[in-house]
Design a binder for this molecule. Structure first.
Ligand SMILES: Cc1cc2nc3c(=O)[nH]c(=O)nc-3n(C[C@H](O)[C@H](O)[C@H](O)COP(=O)(O)O)c2cc1C
Length: 322
């Protein structure tokens, strides 16, 4: 491991480490106006939400590394105490990048980026029409973290109005695939929070057994991963062995079972047929049968979060040691 004492490292490197590990970061596209009424628009990925009551978000318009000067967003916020923060979608990402160039203070980044200003309801800075998620905010507090290059300034903002495209919701939950937000990572890397990048993890039940509740032979499996074991350990208790064996033995065995057909079922995420095939191979005294059973359990967890199936198969695979 690379171990770094930030007091001994160049600030540029520290910035890079933060960007790489505190990632992916949501991007706040912030519009402000100066005291003379000049519009400004810039993205900030040192950004997150920290309170729902009151609704507070924080982003950091930092001092420039090269000369410690402050950014227009920072100056405008201190002058007028208002901003609008919008979420950034994939379709806007190149225009947002264009807005991030170091234009002179009087330059309007709405004009430069081609993004469309629309009037806000309760603050002066305009909203960005292209974003499906906009927050009108007032500056609650600016916390300056230093005066050197790359020092952060925490703009603590209270949300006065949310504007969210209703089409983004399904049953009250905002849908990642509809929002299609982007996030910032290290260097010039971004990620797109939709499609295959999105997955679900239901919260654990009230009293999960935890890793210490897992049978030792399952916990030490070379096939089941940390993610697999955590899903098994999320259940309240180890299922009954006899019931698990009965459930596995009830699975039909396809004819013509072979190791090749087992892996074909796994590739197709058909873990039930894979189990039936493993059972048939078990009958033929396959030399590595425990691994095949555990691969079927792994597939059930990884592809469908099917803990009931996985527990049954994991117990069956290790029944001789239980
Ligand atoms: C995706 C993205 C994220 C950024 N995040 C930050 C950030 O968190 N803090 C910061 O000071 N600058 C950040 N920048 C750079 C600013 O957008 C850039 O310095 C901009 O010119 C500031 O504009 P302003 O002077 O009009 O406020 C980011 C740039 C991009 C493209």
């Amino acid at each position: 491991m690379l171990s770094v004492d930030p007091k001994q490292a160049p600030i540029k490197d520290i910035h890079g480490y933060l960007l790489g590990g505190a990632a992916p970061r949501p991007i706040a596209l912030v519009s402000t106006v100066s005291s003379s009424g000049a519009r400004n628009l810039a993205p900030f990925s040192f950004f997150n939400a920290f309170s729902a009551n009151p609704p507070l978000v924080v982003f950091s318009p930092s001092r420039r590394l090269r000369d410690s000067t402050v950014k227009d967003t920072y100056t405008n916020l201190l002058e007028t105490k208002e901003c609008v923060i919008q979420a950034v979608t994939y379709d806007m990402s190149q225009q947002v990048n264009l807005a991030s160039a170091e234009y002179d203070s009087e330059v309007d980044e709405f004009v430069k980026s081609g993004l469309t200003p629309i009037e806000s309801e309760v603050v002066k800075p305009p909203r960005v029409k292209e974003s499906p998620y906009q927050m009108e905010c007032k500056l609650e507090r600016m916390i300056s973290l230093g005066t050197g290059g790359a020092a952060g300034n925490l703009a603590l903002c209270e949300v006065l109005r949310f504007h969210i495209d209703e089409n983004m919701f399904d049953k009250g939950v905002m849908q990642p695939d509809r929002l299609d937000l982007v996030a910032r990572m290290s260097g010039a890397f971004y990620c797109r929070a939709s499609g295959a990048a999105v997955f679900r993890i239901p919260r654990p039940g009230k009293s999960p057994m935890g890793f210490d509740g897992l049978p030792e032979c399952i916990k030490s499996s070379p096939t089941l991963t940390g993610n697999d074991l955590a899903q098994l350990a999320g259940e309240e208790s180890v299922p009954n062995l006899a019931d698990a064996c009965a459930a596995v033995e009830a699975v039909p065995q396809p004819s013509g079972a072979s190791e090749e057909s087992f892996y074909r079922f796994l590739d197709n995420l058909d873990y039930k047929q894979a189990l039936g095939t493993a059972r048939a191979l078990d009958g033929q005294n396959h030399s590595d049968i425990t691994r095949l059973y555990e691969l079927a359990a792994h597939c059930a967890l990884e592809s469908a979060g099917d803990t009931e199936f996985a527990w049954n198969v994991a117990l069956y695979a290790r029944r001789a040691s239980l």
